[in-house]
Design a protein around this ligand. Structure first.
Ligand code: SAH
Length: 350
């Protein structure tokens, strides 16, 4: 049997596990302190535990934290992209954005993705597998450790917007948020999480029922079914109107404003007629639109619109009272478009 992983294990279970070895409960507190606040990657480092106990733990358990495979820092120093690797060799991307309001991280929920969106690098090689709670937690704790070591504070906000479709890995993504929320882990408030989905309708309703004030982002990218199905194949299963209805339900239930992400792609979804359709979709919603000029992915022949076209689209929305922002660019010089760094390593292993 594979050794059990203590990383990402809930306190109750950890106590239970330690109980089996007749270890006192306070040991659990010491262990979580090492795992989530003191950067320990193995039991040897846990110097306030007796040596015999460290040896016993090392014989019975593992600490399934990811290790660093690559790191890219943007030239302005604001954005850092990490390629993190788990014990089985699976690697995922996690991005740190040092924002004026704090440190924000973007985590992956699956290795690769099988949604097939045409603009996205994460989906080019399909999906290897979904990540466990501990593996997603590992990304956040890894970066929190880096921030502490570099004396830059801690993780303040989390966007679940990296590779993968979070609502296709529902239980583990929920488990991840609940775990990070615990005081003995990072103690992050649910308001500090944003989950982004391509529109897995039944699970959007399910999420609304959880009673957590998590922000929801919906990847829209087109204002009608025909174009959306072309850009995002998942639209053939969950149609635009149903996605928008589910998002509206989420906003009504949680009283949290929903954000629609709309990647602007030159002469594909950025003309005035499409802006007009988008305006009618937004009527009567507690929502805002985030326009994202595409980061062109070299395998795809999709281009970024000119500045004039981007501004015209934004202006049309503004003039029609849609709450709109254009996403500030971060880290284009470090292949920060979803999935690009991982792909580079898939192509040139090692
Ligand atoms: N599956 C989820 C989360 C991952 S993709 C979802 O679809 O929402 C989330 C976001 O990554 C997209 O909405 C978009 O904002 C961004 N993104 C992905 N590829 C991009 C690209 N080539 N250029 C700009 N943004 C991109």
């Amino acid at each position: 049997m594979a050794a059990r992983d203590l990383f990402g294990m809930e306190m109750l279970e950890l106590r239970h596990v330690l109980d089996e070895f007749e270890l006192p409960k306070y040991r659990a507190k010491q262990i979580v302190e090492w795992l989530y606040h003191r950067g320990a990657a193995d039991f040897e480092e846990m110097t306030n535990l007796p040596k015999t106990l460290r040896e016993l733990l090392a014989a019975e358990f593992v600490i399934g934290k990811p290790t660093l495979r690559d790191r890219l820092d943007s030239s302005d120093g604001h954005t850092t992209k990490f390629l993190l690797e788990y014990a089985d060799g699976t690697a995922v991307e996690t991005v740190l954005m040092r924002q004026p309001y704090g440190n924000s991280i973007c985590v992956s929920t699956q290795a690769g993705c099988n949604m097939g969106c045409v603009f996205c690098a994460s989906t080019l090689h399909g999906m290897a597998r979904s990540l466990t709670v501990g593996e997603i937690v590992g990304q956040a704790v890894y970066i929190n450790d880096v921030l502490r070591e570099e004396e830059q504070g801690k993780v303040d906000t989390v966007v679940i917007m990296g590779s993968g479709e979070p609502l296709m890995n529902y239980d583990n993504v929920l488990g991840f948020m609940r775990f990070l929320h615990e005081d003995y882990v990072l103690g992050l408030g649910y308001r500090n999480f944003t989950l982004s989905t391509s529109g897995i309708v039944p699970n959007m309703y399910k999420l609304a029922e959880e009673g957590l004030p998590v922000s929801l982002s919906v990847s829209l990218h087109a204002p009608n079914d025909e174009l959306r199905s072309e850009i995002m194949p998942i639209n053939r299963k969950y149609h635009l109107a149903d996605v928008v209805a589910a998002a509206k339900h989420y906003a009504d239930t949680t009283k949290r404003r929903v954000t629609y992400e709309y990647i602007l792609i030159d002469h594909l979804n950025d003309n005035e007629e499409q802006a007009e359709e988008l305006v009618s979709l937004m009527q009567g919603q507690l929502a805002s639109v985030n326009l994202i000029p595409i980061n062109p992915v070299k395998e795809r022949n999709l281009l970024r619109p000119s500045k004039a076209r981007i501004e015209a689209f934004e202006k049309y929305l503004k003039n029609h009272h849609v709450n709109v922002t254009v996403r500030r660019e971060m880290g284009t010089d470090i292949q920060a478009a979803c999935g690009q760094l991982r792909n580079k390593h898939l192509q040139e292993p090692g």
